[in-house]
Write a protein that binds this ligand. Structure first.
Ligand SMILES: *[C@@H]1O[C@H](CO)[C@@H](O)[C@H](O)[C@H]1NC(C)=O
Ligand SMILES: *[C@@H]1O[C@H](CO)[C@@H](O)[C@H](O)[C@H]1NC(C)=O
Ligand SMILES: *[C@@H]1O[C@H](CO)[C@@H](O)[C@H](O)[C@H]1NC(C)=O
Ligand SMILES: *[C@@H]1O[C@H](CO)[C@@H](O)[C@H](O)[C@H]1NC(C)=O
Ligand SMILES: *[C@@H]1O[C@H](CO)[C@@H](O)[C@H](O)[C@H]1NC(C)=O
Ligand SMILES: *[C@@H]1O[C@H](CO)[C@@H](O)[C@H](O)[C@H]1NC(C)=O
Ligand SMILES: *[C@@H]1O[C@H](CO)[C@@H](O)[C@H](O)[C@H]1NC(C)=O
Ligand SMILES: *[C@@H]1O[C@H](CO)[C@@H](O)[C@H](O)[C@H]1NC(C)=O
Ligand SMILES: *[C@@H]1O[C@H](CO)[C@@H](O)[C@H](O)[C@H]1NC(C)=O
Ligand SMILES: *[C@@H]1O[C@H](CO)[C@@H](O)[C@H](O)[C@H]1NC(C)=O
Ligand SMILES: *[C@@H]1O[C@H](CO)[C@@H](O)[C@H](O)[C@H]1NC(C)=O
Ligand SMILES: *[C@@H]1O[C@H](CO)[C@@H](O)[C@H](O)[C@H]1NC(C)=O
Length: 781
């Protein structure tokens, strides 16, 4: 029997995780009055509540939660199923992969080999068996060898996907029968997948009898199988008003054991599928093929339209947030969903998903919102332009950031030897160009004041020479094989500050630019280069010092730089806090207020996480700054799922939403401005108490409550507090009296006294990276 204690405990924790309201309103009916879904479903007439008008709709696509919220909790576990119901679209359907025990009981386990998703190999050691599965000799643990009682009294469900966290595996996850799923999670709909009817038939166990026995107590919405023979055998026994049969396609070269035909050949005659099924479930690439070598999309096939023509519904599998998806989607799972449900041409009738929250949001909040107005005023500030898609700080990165809807684009200003200010993410050309492969590689030198290892510095090359260099892509996550748009247009160029400013002209969507200045004291003292004067001069020549021109922000980690701008200009000043801090003293705030209008924080200063990549809570730092009228911007929001704490469910939108709605930040710095901008326009914002669960900020620290405390590493001390001493800087030095040394001499810094460092300690081996390291370790296990 299932354990009521465990149920109560985990339910209350889940409740804690997502303030649950038992009755959620159907948002889609309110949000959009003109939505037409290109799904198969015969258009129904819906009355839009407050418009009192009648419009034609197809049904929105269904969300089918594969094993519940299996992207987070062990597949088919009680928490996975309950969380799926709580976090998803109102009519979410729970998917169960049915396996039969020796005593013909149906249990939900995603794989015919039980060790794939349970701890059975530790419980019944050395008791593997060999059976033929679909013609292939297979070694493992099979449910046909165990009675339900034996399995339930010993074996627990665990996370079977090594790339996912095992933090949520704990003793409450006993194996569920189909009936248990219904009593535990009260799903709006149930989907039984019968993957291996032939195998169980060989073992004298009848899936058909089992399924018919389920019908006595439960209305099953869908039954799918990759075996046409099974669906044919059961067709006469189902009530088509209650249960739909769906033929599941596997790989095109795989063979249906019941017909001995490949799925590729079965696909050629959809009319014949229609004789025993009302729908098909296909791998996503049947619809949007992904090139196996390049990982870019091919044009979509006509499968959805073809199937709709013969009256078959089409379901696509499997939507996962935590694997690499085609480059075309820029690592945004919402974008992937939209290509299946909102492409102007067709929509699938349902998505099979391990992350039903993302699927629900895509359908209910993001589909058909083109040109919707912004619902929140959070600024979207680019990070080196749209550097998730193009090499940082190049013309294409900036153009993409503008067309993606960024409000503010950013230029980190560097100085060339001939005094031209230009945009590049680092003073070391090596970090973002191929300078190492050019004659200029001999300019490599060590300047400890700037960085610990050698660099090839911008102030050693003339602008003409810098323009001859090839900018490179910033691949932050290549350790995870998550590369960024490798086939980008190579015709990219770097821009001078004045070209950058010129690029912004005529784009009314842009509200401003941010100019980032670092290393100003060093450049003034050692290179006789005044980056401040160069910037002020260029801005003024570009007409940016007049009223009505786009807003200019100046951003720096140096308070002395900001003070200088405060003296000379009226620009908005942004103070970058490079350290990982968890609090800030009042005197530091008033100090910051004396030279800045806004602060820029790292994400971990707002929501710290532990080594397991789980959020531990929220700091008071944002409300403290905001109550002193300092705006708070936060960096850096990446789309790649490895950059987000598990709490954000591998969905960049969930992370942004939590920082915006949960922490109330004023701006996001992101290398994927399209995702942040799309977020601001989704129709589920500003709905007050009617906000659906998938657009609520996550309950920070909620997941940590679900983790078995004994498995946690010792809690870490909180990050330090930002004090006044961290903020105060010595004034900017005057220009050097000596000429800079000849670049080709390869000399290090001159013999002058060691200059004072920026007062902020460089605790740069930040939290975030150490957490990623932990994740790498878990990937390698
Ligand atoms: C749909 O709603 C918008 C406002 O949300 C309104 O301006 C528009 O007229 C409505 N369209 C129809 C066809 O009623
Ligand atoms: C379970 O099966 C999946 C898919 O075949 C595989 O990716 C995963 O590694 C397996 N896990 C275990 C624990 O065997
Ligand atoms: C081991 O597997 C056999 C079937 O191969 C089964 O009959 C037996 O009960 C299993 N042993 C245990 C300890 O479960
Ligand atoms: C299934 O039943 C048949 C006939 O009743 C029997 O010959 C066969 O051995 C059984 N197979 C298994 C795997 O129990
Ligand atoms: C199944 O559906 C029918 C018709 O919709 C309904 O009358 C019946 O109460 C349902 N049964 C269960 C167990 O939900
Ligand atoms: C497709 O299947 C239908 C129904 O089974 C059959 O009538 C038809 O001839 C088949 N078409 C082709 C091209 O095989
Ligand atoms: C839409 O579908 C039709 C027919 O399936 C096809 O001819 C057309 O090219 C498609 N358009 C786009 C933009 O995919
Ligand atoms: C650097 O630029 C100067 C001026 O344009 C040019 O004369 C020189 O050849 C360039 N050096 C190299 C190595 O390209
Ligand atoms: C590269 O872009 C520039 C303008 O940005 C354009 O003038 C030039 O023709 C392009 N070259 C190629 C090969 O596309
Ligand atoms: C500014 O851009 C326009 C076209 O967008 C171009 O014609 C002009 O030369 C540019 N000016 C500068 C200084 O780059
Ligand atoms: C913040 O600004 C508001 C209005 O601009 C003002 O009333 C308030 O006193 C300010 N608070 C602080 C702490 O400066
Ligand atoms: C420093 O630069 C200024 C112009 O920016 C120039 O007038 C001065 O001669 C330079 N000093 C040295 C020592 O090169």
């Amino acid at each position: 029997m299932w354990k009521p204690h465990a149920f109560v405990r985990s339910l209350s924790l889940l409740h804690f995780l997502f303030h649950l309201h038992s009755v959620l309103p159907l948002v889609s009916a309110k949000g959009s009055n003109t939505t037409t879904w290109n799904t198969l479903s015969v258009p129904l007439l819906f009355i839009v509540e407050f418009e009192k008008s009648v419009f034609e709709y197809g049904n929105p696509p269904l969300v089918i939660a594969r094993g519940g919220f299996s992207g987070l909790f062990p597949d088919s576990s009680s928490n996975a199923y309950k969380f799926a119901v709580q976090a998803s679209f109102k009519n979410v359907i729970l998917w169960c992969d049915v396996q039969l025990t020796k005593d013909a009981q149906g249990i939900c386990i995603p794989n015919i080999k039980l060790e794939n998703a349970t701890d059975i190999d530790k419980i019944f050691e050395n008791n593997r068996t060999n059976y033929i599965v679909n013609g292939v000799p297979t070694n493992g643990y099979f449910s046909v060898d165990y009675t339900l009682k034996k399995l339930r009294s010993n074996v627990m469900l665990i996370q079977g996907d090594f790339t996912r966290s095992s933090s949520f595996d704990n003793t409450v996850f006993e194996i569920l029968t189909v009936d248990d799923v219904v009593t535990t999670a009260a799903p709006p709909g149930l989907w039984l997948n019968i993957q291996h009817d032939s195998f169980y038939t060989q073992h004298n166990l009848s899936m058909k009898s089992f399924v018919l026995s389920v019908f006595k107590t439960v209305n099953v919405s869908y039954i799918s199988s990759p075996e046409a023979g099974f669906l044919r055998s059961i067709k006469a026994d189902i009530n088509p008003k209650i249960t739909k049969l769906v033929f599941r396609f596997m790989g095109k070269d795989d063979v249906d054991p019941s017909t001995k035909q490949t799925y590729g050949s079965l696909l050629k005659n959809l009319t014949s599928i229609k004789t025993f099924a009302s729908g098909i479930l296909v791998p996503k690439d049947y619809i949007w093929p992904v090139d196996p070598i390049s990982h870019y999309l091919h044009p979509h096939t006509s499968l959805v339209s073809d199937a709709h023509k013969v009256g078959l519904e089409v379901f696509a599998s499997t939507f996962l947030n935590d694997i690499p998806i085609s480059y075309d989607y820029s690592y945004d799972p919402v974008a992937e969903h939209l290509s299946f449900i909102d492409n102007g041409n067709f929509s699938v009738d349902g998505v099979l998903s391990d992350f039903p929250l993302t699927s629900s949001a895509a359908i209910d909040c993001f589909a058909h919102i083109d040109n919707a107005p912004k619902k929140v005023n959070t600024l979207v500030i680019s990070k080196y332009g749209a550097s998730g898609d193009y090499p940082p700080c190049t013309n294409l990165a900036y153009e993409k950031a503008i067309s993606d809807g960024a409000d503010v684009i950013d230029c980190p200003v560097q100085m060339s030897k001939d005094g031209i200010p230009f945009c590049l993410r680092s003073i070391d050309l090596r970090e973002s160009t191929t300078v190492d492969q050019t004659i200029f590689s001999k300019l490599s030198k060590s300047i400890p004041e700037i960085k610990s290892d050698e660099g090839i510095y911008t102030f050693d090359l003339e602008w003409n020479n810098i323009t001859s260099l090839t900018p490179t892509m910033l691949n932050l996550f290549n350790n995870f094989q998550l590369y960024r748009n490798p086939r980008y247009n190579r015709n990219v160029s770097l821009l001078t500050l004045s070209e950058f400013l010129n690029l912004t002209k005529g784009h009314t969507s842009l509200s401003g630019v941010v100019i980032i200045i670092e290393n100003a004291p060093y450049l003034a003292r050692n290179q006789n280069l005044s980056v401040i004067d160069a910037v002020i001069d260029t801005l003024s020549k570009g007409g940016y010092d007049k009223l009505g021109t786009p807003n200019v922000m100046i951003q720096s980690t140096d308070s002395s730089v900001l003070l200088k701008f405060k003296e000379k200009t009226k620009y908005e000043l942004v103070y970058t806090i490079d350290e990982v801090v968890s609090d800030v003293v009042d005197s530091a705030i008033s100090d910051i207020k004396s030279f800045a209008h806004a602060v820029l924080l790292k994400k971990v200063c707002v929501y710290p996480n532990n080594e397991e990549f789980l959020l531990t809570g929220s700091t008071k730092i944002v409300p403290k700054f905001k109550s002193s009228n300092l705006s708070v911007y936060v960096r850096t929001f990446h789309n790649e799922f490895v950059s987000q704490a598990y709490d954000f469910l591998s969905d960049a939108t969930v992370e942004i939403n939590t920082f915006v709605q949960g922490a109330g930040i004023d701006g996001v710095i992101t290398d994927f401005p399209q995702t942040a901008n799309r977020y601001r326009r989704n129709r589920c914002l500003n709905l007050g108490n009617s906000t659906p669960p998938y657009m609520k900020p996550i309950e920070v620290g909620g997941l940590l409550q679900l983790v078995d405390k004994s498995s946690l590493p010792p809690a870490m001390a909180p990050a330090p507090t930002l004090t006044e001493a961290d903020v105060t800087e010595p004034p900017l030095p005057p220009f050097s009296k000596i000429a800079p040394s000849s670049p080709f001499a390869g000399a290090g810094p001159g013999p002058e006294a060691q200059p004072p460092q920026n007062a902020q300690a460089k605790v740069d081996v930040c939290f975030f990276m150490s957490s990623l390291t932990v994740l790498v370790a878990s990937l390698l296990l």
